[in-house]
Design a protein around this ligand. Sequence first.
Ligand SMILES: C[S@@+](CC[C@H](N)C(=O)[O-])C[C@H]1O[C@@H](n2cnc3c(N)ncnc32)[C@H](O)[C@@H]1O
Length: 372
Amino acid sequence: MLGARPNRSIFIPMSTQPSPHTGPRPGPQIAQRLAYAASQSARVAWFFGQYMLAARLNGRTRLQRPPEGPVPDTRAILEELRALLARDLANIEAGYYRLPHDLVPDPRRILADAAAFFRDVPEVQRRRRDRIATEVRANPPPGSESLPAYYRQNFHFQTGGYLTEESARLYDHQVEVLFGGGADAMRRQTLVPIFEHLKTRRVADCRLLDVAAGTGRYLTFVKDNHPRLPVTALDLSAAYLREARRNLAPWARTSFAVQAAAEAMPLADDSQDIVTCIYLFHELPAKIRVQAAREMARVLKPGGILVFMDSLQYGDNPAMDGLLDLFPQAFHEPYYAHYARDDLDALFADAGFRPRTTSLAYMSKLLVLEKP
Ligand SMILES: C[S@@+](CC[C@H](N)C(=O)[O-])C[C@H]1O[C@@H](n2cnc3c(N)ncnc32)[C@H](O)[C@@H]1O
């Protein structure tokens, strides 16, 4: 999204390749395609438009280092986004998961979120301009003093870091703006290996743990598709977990929240069938990444799977490499440069995992690994 300029041709293709699959029979396809195309096109226009407007209000970001790799233009970014949404629709049509549960969003909520986002833009820009990223240490929100120092920062230059109710309330909107409306669709790609893993098992007897669950939005997609699956949201942020409880209220009897660090989880060995971990590793120092991977292997049952999604790394999609140079400068991400070159295959192999599949989804990559 960095460096992107407006483009009017935001639409979702109506023809997609069906994927080979043995899932439930898909529903009436034309109505589904129309609903999907209308809602996702509106969504991309809404969030992409806010990205462009915020970028205009912010003016030029002073870079500490110019990008070394190529920076894609708007057309190339929208092409990648369109491919992601086409895959998302193909997965829905193949029966891997349902249409997004918020196909028709609540207009009051989306307007309120946009207003709150733009009220906060000048504060974020002030931190970006002055390179201030430790406000949350200078004025620690109650209860945050005992959290690890690497964590007590204003990630993304966002107000409150991950430590306040206001930040938790704004987070999902901010992420969607950052990805031009593609964040949920990227996360939904993880529902395919989850479907495959659960299809031969009694869902109510399985356990899914989402490490660094944030506001629980991702888990709402998991629960919408697997309502009987018991899920645990684990995160270091008490405020984000409160938001997660609100988001998961419709499934309160089968959703649990644990405030803990990914690198020291208070969960039993061999207790989980599926561990998911989305957009955490690029925010961890290298040493903590290694510990977190070991912990995820420890709590998984033998034969269980880790479904891991995070940012692209250098070379995954060379046309995007310049964005990986720009992102950590514009959105305070102190560990990203190391993450973007880290050897994830070796890291997970050392933790005891066996790789199954690797795929790319727009600005993310998805690894599926198993505990032998
Ligand atoms: C970029 S957000 C990702 C949230 C969510 N998974 C998503 O898809 O949007 C990173 C999350 O990781 C949490 N986090 C960061 N370091 C952590 C750690 N060591 N242990 C547990 N959670 C952590 C933060 O509180 C935040 O909710």
